[in-house]
Design a protein around this ligand. Structure first.
Ligand SMILES: Cc1ncc(COP(=O)(O)O)c(C=O)c1O
Length: 394
């Protein structure tokens, strides 16, 4: 006989997860996923690099590697972050991880004890929230506003809460809210972290997917005091299936993360790491990013225009994203979010109810998250027409 751990029992199935299950059925129009567009993969480059690696360096890609990551890739990413984004000082180090998801897992594993608190934007990325929950952490939410989280709420929570171990933020094109955090809020959050002596976990998988405006400095670039763990990822610019991300953080934190990773997956697959290293060394990464930005800019425009038309006169509201792959759509009060999501699913359109991303029990929201990177243009058009029909019910 067996019984499940408290850790996993904290991740209860919910009505929302049942809806999510329904939305992953085949034949669905995928506005619920968060996948890169199929046409955004550099498949030719991956084909060439893979063939070359297997022909010229088969043992290197098949052999065990060290937990910190493939040395040349670590150095390359450190230089990329330093030269391109002014991130990483002499006291920082870098570990290659199996996606940014593993950075979140390792941060929780090495810094938090059961019962400690984590403050996150609400709504926030469900994968990270579930990681925190699985470690028995108490989640507190700072409500999202158009320019990032409510900083006054953060300050209040930092005063109220004992044992806050992490402030978790997604400053660029947040999942699910689609927002870009203002420079002022980046500075204020760093200043609060410094004042209260709390670490920041800055998760940035979407920063390169900027279609409009200038890039804003990341919080890590302001980190004079060794307070920021930066989570980077190759999932959205290269491919999520290869599972390569990294943490850039103070050296002692990276050292502990290395011990934690050793006990979990030993190292990120060498094939994936060498693939990324070769891609960065020998291919036009900046050109590729430019190409995929154009793809997402266009898809975003198709969705925004379609949605504006579908919701005309029905009180839908959304802020046009300036980057990333998600759009947060607030529903008018008379439309019930769960019923809307269920009816859409019955009609073959998958959208995620906004409540799935809320941080604390008892919070309420009447919104859905829509993804525009996964569907084809034809699916975007058809899906929005179906949503317009579904809305007529109200
Ligand atoms: C905000 C955020 N963080 C982390 C991840 C995980 O990404 P990765 O594939 O790098 O593990 C995602 C994936 O969608 C995400 O949206």
């Amino acid at each position: 006989m067996y019984s499940f751990s408290n850790r996993i029992s904290a991740l209860q199935p919910s009505a929302i997860r049942e809806i999510l299950k329904a939305t992953s059925q085949p034949g669905m129009i995928p506005f619920a996923a968060g996948n890169p567009a199929p046409e955004a993969f550099p498949t030719q480059a991956v084909r060439e690099i893979s063939a070359r690696l297997l022909a010229e360096r088969p043992v290197d890609v098949l052999q065990y590697g060290v937990t910190e990551g493939y040395g040349p890739l670590r150095e390359r990413v450190k230089a990329y972050m330093k030269d391109g984004f002014a991130c990483g000082g002499p006291d920082d180090d870098l570990i290659v991880t199996s996606g940014a998801q593993q950075v979140v897992d390792l941060a929780a594993k090495v810094l938090c004890n059961e019962g400690d608190a984590v403050i996150a934007e609400t709504p926030s990325f469900i994968g990270s929230l579930n990681t925190f929950r699985s470690y028995g952490l108490r989640l507190r939410g700072m409500p999202m506003q158009a320019d990032g989280p409510d900083v006054a709420a953060l300050e209040r929570l930092l005063r109220e809460e004992k044992n806050v171990r992490l402030i978790y933020v997604i400053p660029n094109y947040q999942n699910p809210a689609g927002t870009l955090m203002s420079l002022e809020k980046r500075r204020e959050i760093y200043a609060l972290a410094r004042r209260f002596g709390v670490m920041i976990l800055e998760d940035n998988p979407y920063g390169d997917l900027r279609y409009e405006g200038e890039a804003l400095p990341s919080i890590k670039s302001m980190d004079t005091d060794g307070l920021v763990i930066y989570a980077g990822s190759f999932s959205k610019i290269l491919a999520p299936g290869i599972r390569v991300g990294f943490a850039l953080a103070p050296q002692p934190v990276i050292a502990k993360m290395t011990v934690g990773k050793q006990a979990s997956d030993v190292h990120t697959p060498m094939f994936s790491q060498l693939l990324v290293d070769e891609w960065m060394a020998n291919y036009d990464v900046a050109g590729h990013i430019k190409t995929i930005r154009a793809i997402y800019r266009r898809k975003c425009a198709v969705m925004c225009e379609g949605l504006a038309k579908a919701g005309e006169g029905r009180g839908l509201s959304f802020v046009r994203p300036r980057g990333g792959i998600f759009l947060w759509c607030a529903l008018p009060a008379e439309i019930d979010m769960l019923e809307f999501t269920q009816t859409a699913a019955v009609n073959r359109v998958a959208v995620v109810p906004g409540a799935a991303f809320l941080v604390e029990p008892g919070e309420r929201v009447n919104a859905v998250r829509l993804n525009f990177s996964t569907p084809t243009d034809a699916q975007l058009e058809e899906g929005l027409a179906i949503l317009a029909e579904v809305m007529k019910k109200w």
